[in-house]
Design a protein around this ligand. Structure first.
Ligand code: GLY
Length: 369
């Protein structure tokens, strides 16, 4: 059964997240946005295009004013201004005007890039998110953050642009390979850790069904996970304060992602960054030792890494400081007071960060221990 979660912006209804298990209701949802009289361009990547491009295009053909599709090469390397430029060119050639709409069909790279095009093409046109990875369903498709990487800096150029609808067909999660699927748990676990201890416990209790990809359990999981994100982004849509809590695990996580040249998935890096942030929280006596080890070890059944090899702690520290999560030259770090309660702290020292990086640094010594 499909369910929906409304998201408010400035206390007014802005868009709905629809949780369902097929594409059957997609056209009705688009019709509610007046799409019969609008052109729609599906923007996707080469991998998702092969799986779902044709069937989603067929849903639109003959129903909206014109249905087009643009696919760019799969991967983080495509998340840049060159791809944005190519999409602008395509939209101009296809005659898209201000009342037309983009449909982002794919994971975080597709959603963030398409959203940025929607924010800027003709000073802004509507867009719909149809996220196809667990990571984008749990996190990046909600809350209106859009953007691209720039000169190796992650998400350095972007805009806040709210989608008109987020349509989650959970059955697409069954075609993800294990690594891609489990990577999404970096963000799902994050939502429990920062705001909802009961959800965190629920994840542990339902681990078997989750790992088996039981769609009804995944639907409940995503509704609970998205509810945490909803409450945060509704209060602080443009990250003037509390929204920064959602960056838990991302400060060191982004640095590792860049140092490893995007070989590790985003959710894997978030898990590593979360272990490092929990370690600092333990050393500051905010978390107990038991809580720290519980947090660390709970990533393991979801096949997420808790240590990484081939990193230089000093390089990770340097990259941590070049990330955009800085305020007046200080790193805005997110720490845990307890499971389910995160706080923003800008007093974390280089020594604390280095100690945390060493904690997750897998060395030859560990291998032989
Ligand atoms: N992914 C963090 C945020 O949406 O703010």
């Amino acid at each position: 059964m499909s369910e929906r979660l409304p998201i408010l912006f400035n206390k007014k209804p802005c868009y709905d997240i629809v949780f369902t298990q097929s594409f059957d209701e997609l056209w009705d949802e688009l019709k509610n946005l007046g799409c019969e009289n609008r052109r729609i361009c599906i923007v996707t990547d080469s991998k998702v295009d092969e799986l779902y491009g044709k069937s989603v295009l067929e849903i639109l053909q003959g129903k909206c004013l014109k249905a087009s599709k643009y696919a760019f090469p799969h991967g983080e390397e495509s998340k840049n201004l060159d791809t944005v430029r190519e999409i602008y060119k395509f939209l101009i050639e296809e005659g898209f005007d201000r009342k037309d709409l983009l449909l982002a069909l794919g994971g975080g790279v597709v959603g963030d890039t398409t959203g940025y095009v929607a924010a800027t093409y003709l000073r802004g046109i509507d867009f719909v998110q149809v996220p196809t990875t667990l990571l984008s369903q749990a996190d990046s498709s909600i809350g209106g953050k859009t953007g691209v990487d720039f000169d190796g800096y992650k998400n350095m150029v972007g805009a806040f642009k709210m989608p008109s609808l987020v349509y989650m067909n959970l059955s697409v999660l069954t075609t993800l390979d294990d690594r891609q699927f489990f990577s999404g748990f970096g963000e799902v676990m994050k939502h429990g850790l920062i705001k909802d201890a009961l959800f965190y416990e629920w994840l542990i209790e339902n681990m078997y069904e989750i790992c088996e990809r039981d769609l009804n359990v995944l639907q409940e999981m995503l509704i609970r996970s998205c509810t945490v994100k909803k409450l945060v982004v509704e209060k602080d849509p443009t990250e003037l304060g509390e929204r920064a809590l959602l960056n838990f695990g991302h400060t060191i996580g982004h640095a590792i992602e860049k140092a490893k040249n995007f070989e590790l998935f985003h959710g894997e890096c978030v898990a590593l960054g979360a272990v490092a942030a929990a370690y600092i929280s333990w050393k500051r006596e905010m978390l107990s030792m038991e809580e720290y080890y519980e947090i660390r070890d709970m990533f393991v059944p979801f096949y997420l890494p808790i240590s990484v090899d081939g990193i230089e702690p000093e390089e990770i520290l340097r990259l941590t400081k070049s990330d955009k999560k800085m305020e007046s030259g200080k790193i805005k770090f997110v720490l845990l007071k307890k499971i389910g309660k995160a706080v923003i702290d800008n007093t974390v020292t280089d020594e604390e960060i280095l100690a945390a990086i060493n904690e997750i640094n897998f060395s030859e010594e560990d291998a032989h221990a």
